[in-house]
Design a protein around this ligand. Structure first.
Ligand code: Z5A
Ligand code: MG
Length: 212
């Protein structure tokens, strides 16, 4: 008998508005399930440096051009994501294509256009949408200096982001109340993450493709 086939890791995505606690939860979940983490935008690559400069208002760019750079910044990590999953390692992404669509649509770009460069990215086995009211967000301190850190944009983003879960071929999507205390949010996230991992292991299905 040959050796049993290694079960692939699960791809988990954390989405949400500014200050929803995404990075906090990503590191807590990663510790609990032993996972690799990737933060988008990944600001250290040549593309990531252009994005960082744009977000920090050090440079200006056409809305379409910056959208494509955010997407390219995900594509340049796809190989690494797929290799890790193949190796049996879980991968958690701090933001993903859904942030890409929501922020660019909030600026007025068409939804279909925004979606197309991300078609075919690895399909998440679970997306956790950390949902927060603007009132609770405001209690977490003033917005910083980066582009998009203004109430009007965040409100549009929230509307778009919360609707993305009902689109086709986005994978399982769960909304988490991110206004609860940190430990309760982690508990709620972990319950969903464990279900997603069990499902990947039970089905043994290969990783899917986003929006296809
Ligand atoms: N963007 C885009 O336009 N297109 C794309 O394709 C992508 C991104 C991928 C930079 O993102 C910008 O890029 C972002 C979207 C755009 N613009 N905006 N807005 P980023 O991910 O680099 O942003 P960030 O600087 O990491 O911040 P963040 O993500 O907004 O924060 P967070 O990760 O959600 O929150 P946190 O750092 O974990 O927590 C924030 C604070 O709240 C901190 O003091 C915590 O201790 C506190 N906190 C966390 N949880 C709680 C609870 N439960 N209770 C009380 N306090 C809490
Ligand atoms: Mg963060």
């Amino acid at each position: 008998l040959g050796a049993a086939k290694k079960v692939r890791g699960a791809l988990i995505v954390i989405e949400g508005l500014d200050r929803a606690g995404k990075s906090t939860q990503v590191s807590r979940i990663a510790q609990s399930i032993t996972a690799k983490t990737i933060k988008f935008p990944e600001r250290t690559t040549p593309i990531g440096k252009m994005i960082d400069s744009y977000l920090g208002k050090m440079s200006e760019m056409d809305d379409h051009a910056i959208h494509l750079l955010f997407s390219a910044n995900r594509w340049e990590k796809v190989d690494e994501i797929l290799r890790s999953l193949d190796d049996g390692q879980h991968v958690i992404c701090d933001r993903y294509a859904f942030s890409g669509i929501a922020y660019s649509c909030a600026k007025g770009l068409s939804h279909d256009w925004c979606r197309s460069p991300d078609v075919g990215l690895p399909l998440p086995d679970l997306t956790l949408f950390l949902s927060l009211t603007p009132e609770v967000a405001a209690q977490r301190g003033a917005y910083g200096e980066e582009r998009y850190e203004v109430v009007a944009i965040q409100e549009k983003v929230k509307t778009i982001l919360s609707q993305l879960g009902s689109e086709t071929n986005v994978g399982p999507w769960q909304t988490i109340d991110a206004g609860q205390d940190i430990d309760k949010v982690t508990e709620d996230c972990l319950a969903e993450v464990k279900k997603a991992i069990d499902s990947v292991q039970l089905k043994g299905a290969p990783i899917g493709k986003l929006f296809t």
